[in-house]
Design a protein around this ligand. Structure first.
Ligand code: MG
Length: 453
């Protein structure tokens, strides 16, 4: 398989000082125009201080390659995907570095159906950028820019797609990102009483680090408890992600949200396929099977191709949820509306709904420093060691690292990061004791094959 040189697991990201420069974006715009062969391209951006500058350069590249640009300004990533499909554009691009730190920026591309670019598309763009450079259109074929308000139609489409039975009290934390433009208003229009945190646009991200993980959401958890809300919701900077907090102010595990929505999607489509990443709980397979569906697992950041292949009704990896009933892109805002719909239809609080629907098994995650040049050797050693030491093996998954599933559903996963010099160990046990036993095997493997040298 050819390896990507510029693209990571989702688009291109890096410091604006050295990698994602205006010069680079100009070339990339030309390359996208060249790749799609003209037509319309939807361009949107997040609130970073560098996003407008980079959008201008990228737009100039697109125009010079003969593409027309539909500029939708600051908008959440899922809104850009939605607009590409709605307007019948050839492609879309969002200038964002998602939850990377403020000095970074980046870009991700969408295809005409709203799915993220697949490997072939990314490689084709790289070939143009790193090769002879993009073709220039002649003076009479240069593209034009049109401005378009994309937020209103997107918000209206979500409203039409959910049925909220009763108004809930919700605390929303948009991380000062693009979700601020949609989620608070959407939830109010759905009849909720909304308390906002960090929901004004600010590219300095003063409120909190943008990744919606429990260690960044202390204010949200506290506010949910203080105001007696039914739940809390948090986005990352471009709102393709969402995290939830229950009525007691406790963080809802990302995996539990995947399982909850996966089961509903399978029930609604009367059987069907769900796609999830290799590092999520076995509870997902179990609830999906109970509802009459089937689960497929993929590598991290890699679900699009598998989701299309199996005509899945739902896909999710931690924080990123794809509702195929609405669109084939990760959508933190639609997910927020779906969670409101789900809780509003039940008299029980969210914590109770989760406890009843989704088994909660003890889990353990740890990252270890692993230089790139040692990754292959480490994985070889770990694979053999785990297979030798874990008993009652049901099956082994090699889609991204190695995941060994035991017959009772517990599992151990070892993988190496595609973008950082890191190895990751994840373990899930049916009980705490089993977790400890599997964890010991994993840590002993890491000691032998990583730390001993
Ligand atoms: Mg994101």
């Amino acid at each position: 398989m050819r390896r990507k040189k510029l693209f990571g697991t989702r688009g291109i990201r890096g410091p604006i000082a050295t990698k994602v420069t205006p010069e680079f974006m100009l070339k990339l715009g030309g390359a996208l125009a060249d790749h799609v062969g003209g037509g319309k391209v939807v361009v949107g951006r997040d609130v970073r201080t560098s996003s407008e500058m980079l959008t201008c350069a990228f737009t100039a590249g697109l125009l010079s390659g003969g593409s027309d640009v539909i500029d939708i300004g600051i908008a959440p990533s899922p809104c850009i995907a939605f607009t590409v499909r709605t307007l019948g554009a050839s492609a879309g691009a969002v200038i964002t570095a998602s939850h990377n730190p403020p000095p970074d920026n980046g870009i991700a591309f969408y295809r005409s159906d709203g799915t993220e670019f697949l490997l072939e598309g990314e490689l084709a763009i790289e070939e143009i950028v790193l090769g002879q450079g993009p073709r220039r259109a002649s003076w009479d074929a240069i593209g034009r820019v049109q401005h378009h308000n994309a937020i209103a139609p997107y918000l209206a489409a979500i409203k039409r797609s959910v049925k909220v039975k009763r108004g809930l009290k919700v605390v929303v934390d948009c991380a000062n990102g693009a979700g601020s433009l949609v989620t608070p208003q959407l939830l109010r229009e759905l009849g909720c009483k909304v308390v906002t945190l960090n929901s004004h646009l600010d590219g300095h991200f003063p409120g909190r680090p943008s990744e919606p993980q429990p260690w960044n959401l202390g204010d949200l958890m506290r506010t949910v408890r203080e105001v007696g809300a039914d739940l809390g919701l948090a986005h990352d900077g471009d709102a393709d992600r969402v995290a939830a907090v229950d009525e007691r102010g406790n963080f809802v595990k990302h995996d539990a949200l995947i399982a909850l929505f996966a089961e509903r999607a399978v029930m609604a489509s009367k059987g069907g396929s769900v796609v999830t990443s290799v590092n999520t709980t076995a509870a997902i397979e179990e609830v999906v099977a109970r509802a009459g569906g089937k689960t497929f697992r993929t590598g991290l950041g890699n679900f699009t191709a598998v989701m299309l292949e199996h005509k899945a009704c739902f896909a999710g990896e931690p924080g990123k949820l794809v509702f195929l009933e609405f669109g084939p892109w990760a959508d933190g805002i639609f997910a927020a509306a779906k969670l409101i719909e789900l809780v509003s239809a039940d008299r029980k609080p969210l914590s109770k709904i989760l406890a009843e629907r989704v088994p909660d098994f003890p889990m353990y995650h740890e990252d270890f420093a692993c230089p790139d040049e040692r990754k292959a050797e480490f994985m070889r050693g770990m694979r053999e060691y785990i297979l030798k030491n874990v008993d009652e093996v049901r099956d082994v998954l090699d889609v991204d690292g190695v995941r060994v599933n035991r017959k009772n559903g517990s599992w151990i996963l070892v993988r190496v990061s595609g973008t950082e010099p890191k190895a990751r160990l994840v373990v899930e046990g049916r009980t705490k004791e089993e977790l400890e036993r599997l964890k010991k095997i994993g840590l002993e493997g890491v000691r032998r094959f990583l730390k001993s040298k």
